[in-house]
Design a protein around this ligand. Structure first.
Ligand code: PMP
Length: 367
């Protein structure tokens, strides 16, 4: 029998699924998770609410998850000082799915999504999966984004979606409000319109006094600000991401989502965790301090370190970064080989995990 061909889309030929290695090693600092497991009282609350939700699992969940959207709006009012209506909030299975919804609604064949590299490696995948053309403009050598360069790229490519991570992954770079405003001004001139997505997956780790792009929502109807519960809340396993935007923009996402995409269990877990936001945010402060200490330590040892406002640090540069990555792994410390050649990224762990990382790095890189 001749082999039966699978009609794979040609652009997927030979591609592998995205994802960092999931290895069972003592110190895992490779995917920017929160290193602290949820506290016992949070676990108990989640379990109790999931038990209640389980009684209704014979029914489809609330398709519009309005209670969760109200809770998210209340959380953002406290965290960023921006009061939004529940209709301005959207949620999905991780901010990955939120951004896929954005590309499904605003990208598509004949359209372009634009970002500035180095940046989050899933962005081109959302574009590919929605048959949207992908263009990566450039960041400066220090990974900042020059507003003039950004505006020129938008004028040249007329994208329908611009994706800006702030803080950026893998570099940690925060975008000043002025730069976001320059991008929004350039986007407003794109014929047919252009949605600007500010991806604040690491937003809670920004420095005190730095505003969130949420503050710009009232003035810019083409702005969408994406957030996640995976990082600051320590809830990566629950898969909850969300988005704030105008209710018109959110209505477009409601058209492309699968019906009941957010399970009753997910909604219950997210709402229970949001009730504990203040306690969870207390750990964000210590992770920020640990991050700044890690940056200082790496610089004292002569390494180059990108300024970071996130819960990870990009550092280098190494002639053979793979050898350093492998040496650390052999010592039981898993970090990420990502970013421009020669650089490595470490997520901020507990003090003990950071000590293990530093001890291993001193050994492997002979610092
Ligand atoms: N945006 C950025 C910049 C990220 O680094 C990540 C996760 N690594 C995400 C979005 C997606 O996170 P999640 O789907 O868990 O919300």
């Amino acid at each position: 029998m001749p082999p039966v061909p699978l009609p794979l889309r040609p652009e997927l030929e030979g591609l592998l699924p995205y994802g960092a290695p999931q290895l069972d090693v003592p110190v895992r600092l490779n995917v920017n998770e929160n290193p602290y497991p949820l506290a016992d009282d949070v676990v108990a609350d989640i379990a109790a609410d999931v038990a209640v939700a389980a009684r209704d699992l014979n029914r489809y969940p609330d398709r519009d998850f309005l209670a969760l959207r109200e809770d998210l709006a209340a959380y953002l009012a406290g965290e960023a000082g921006v009061r939004l209506a529940p209709e301005q909030l959207w949620a999905a299975n991780g901010s990955n799915e939120v951004m896929l919804h954005l590309l499904q609604a605003f990208g598509g064949p004949g359209r372009t999504a634009l970002s500035f590299a180095p940046t989050y490696s899933m962005y081109p995948e959302y574009a590919r999966d929605t048959s949207t053309a992908w263009v990566a403009g450039r960041r400066e050598a220090d990974f900042t984004l020059d507003p003039t360069v950004a505006a020129a790229a938008i004028a040249a490519h007329a994208p329908s979606v611009v994706l800006l991570a702030s803080p950026n992954n893998p570099t940690g770079t925060m975008l000043p409000v002025e730069t976001i405003k320059a991008v929004l001004a350039a986007a407003a001139l794109v014929p047919g319109g252009c949605v600007v997505v500010v991806d604040e997956a690491y937003g809670e780790f920004r420095r005190a006094g730095v505003p969130s792009a949420l503050e710009l929502l009232a003035q810019y109807p083409q702005l969408a600000v994406s957030r996640t519960m995976s990082k600051a809340f320590g809830l990566a396993g629950a898969r909850v991401g969300y988005l704030a935007a105008s209710s018109e923009l959110i209505d477009a996402l409601r058209v492309v989502r699968l019906p009941y995409h957010l399970s009753g269990v997910t909604q219950a877990v997210a709402r229970a965790a949001l009730r504990h936001a203040p306690a969870l945010m207390a750990q964000v402060g210590s992770l920020r301090d640990e991050r700044d200490a890690c940056v200082a330590w790496l610089r004292e040892r002569g390494l180059t370190v990108a300024d970071t406002d996130a819960n990870f640090v990009l550092f280098g540069t190494f002639d053979d970064r793979h050898a350093i990555w492998q040496g650390l792994l052999d010592a039981g410390v898993l970090i990420r080989e990502v970013g421009p050649d020669g650089w490595l990224r470490v997520s901020i762990g507990t003090p003990d995990e950071m000590t293990a990382f530093k001890d291993a790095l001193v050994e492997v890189a002979q610092l």
